[in-house]
Ligand binder design. Structure first.
Ligand SMILES: [Fe+2]
Length: 333
């Protein structure tokens, strides 16, 4: 495996020191770590719940990467399409163990694992979204989904706002199955949509950490197969811009992307290579810093001055990286 680029000698020494300074270091609060000049590490996957060999390959790749770097992730971000296909038993399904608890073991990902809902989480199992909420609620797990939309603070560095992008115009409506039957697709209700946008506006108006990151399943902008989400461009994009949100993290397209749009403060990061079959990008017209259809995962390295975002393939080889500064500028690293 190619060593991770942040695996410098200085960092290696620091990591060795930190490890020998006791495991308790990793249990120190994030604010203390950050104040001590330590980076906080987050891992991210999207569109992973396929139970195909590719899901396991990416999971193993993340583990190899973390082992080589010595980084202890604070969180594992799960950006939706967490479970594809039928999940008999719901809350009692063995897929909770095989597809989450064991696939991303606590020894490597101590948690929490904040998750958002994707379209497959709503559609592949009737009431699937309620099952995912209930699994978090019953406790004893790193699976974190206190509501369909929620806020979490990463120490005093980053305010995370997790949203449910399964709007009626995106995930709802009636579709015709192959056998001709009409299927009414589940999504957020009109009331939920209104409540979520009010909540998001309120949270963005409240005091926030120096960095703000919004996480949803569907992309606002994407050069992948699904393209831009018109409703999110109309509704969400102005909120991100007005509030100076630094990053919008998502999945849905099965690829890895980094998009920058002229005049926009937010960098758009898509990490959808976690296990479902990858699909070639389709929009060749809009220039982007990076986009490729490959299985993989992402790594966020956070300190008080910048967030480094790294896209990694399933072999733990870095294929793209950039840093986002507090002033919203970005640069390749
Ligand atoms: Fe999706």
């Amino acid at each position: 495996m190619t060593p991770a680029p942040f695996f410098t000698r200085r960092r290696l020494l620091k990591t060795v020191f930190c490890s020998s300074a006791a495991l308790s270091l990793n249990l120190r609060p994030q604010a203390v770590k950050a104040a001590a000049g330590e980076d906080l590490h987050l891992m991210m996957i999207g569109d992973f719940g396929s139970m195909e060999p590719s899901q396991e390959a990416v999971a193993k790749g993340m583990q190899k990467y973390l082992k080589a770097s010595g980084a202890k992730p604070e969180w594992l971000l799960l950006v939706g399409d967490n479970f594809y296909k039928p999940m008999p038993g719901g809350l009692k399904s063995e897929r909770w163990k095989t597809g989450f608890e064991d696939m991303y073991p606590a020894s490597v990902f101590p948690g929490p694992c904040p998750a958002v809902l994707g379209n497959h989480d709503y559609h592949d199992n009737k009431g699937g979204e309620q099952v995912q909420l209930a699994y978090a609620k019953q406790g004893g797990t790193r699976w974190t989904m206190p509501a369909k939309w929620y806020r979490m603070e990463l120490g005093k560095l980053v305010t995370f706002l997790f949203i449910d992008t399964n709007l009626r115009s995106i995930s709802g409506g009636t579709i015709t199955a192959k056998d001709g039957t009409k299927i009414e697709r589940n999504s957020l209700t009109a009331d939920e949509e209104a409540a979520q946008w009010t909540w998001l506006k309120d949270e963005l108006a409240k005091p926030r950490a120096p960095f703000t990151v919004v996480v949803g399943h569907h992309p606002v902008y994407s050069n992948g197969q699904h393209g831009d989400s018109k409703e999110l461009v109309k509704t969400l994009a102005p909120m991100l811009q007005q509030a100076g949100v630094h990053l919008y993290l998502c999945g849905h397209d099965h690829d890895l992307q980094h998009l920058e749009l002229e005049g926009l403060k937010t960098s758009f990061v898509l990490s959808g290579g976690g296990g479902a079959r990858v699909r070639d990008l389709t929009n060749k017209d809009r220039k982007m810093p990076f986009g490729t259809a490959v299985y993989g995962f992402s790594h966020l390295e956070v300190n008080a001055e910048r967030i480094i975002v790294r896209h990694m393939d399933a072999n733990a080889k870095q294929i793209h990286a950039f840093e986002k500064k507090l002033d919203h500028s970005w640069a390749a690293v």
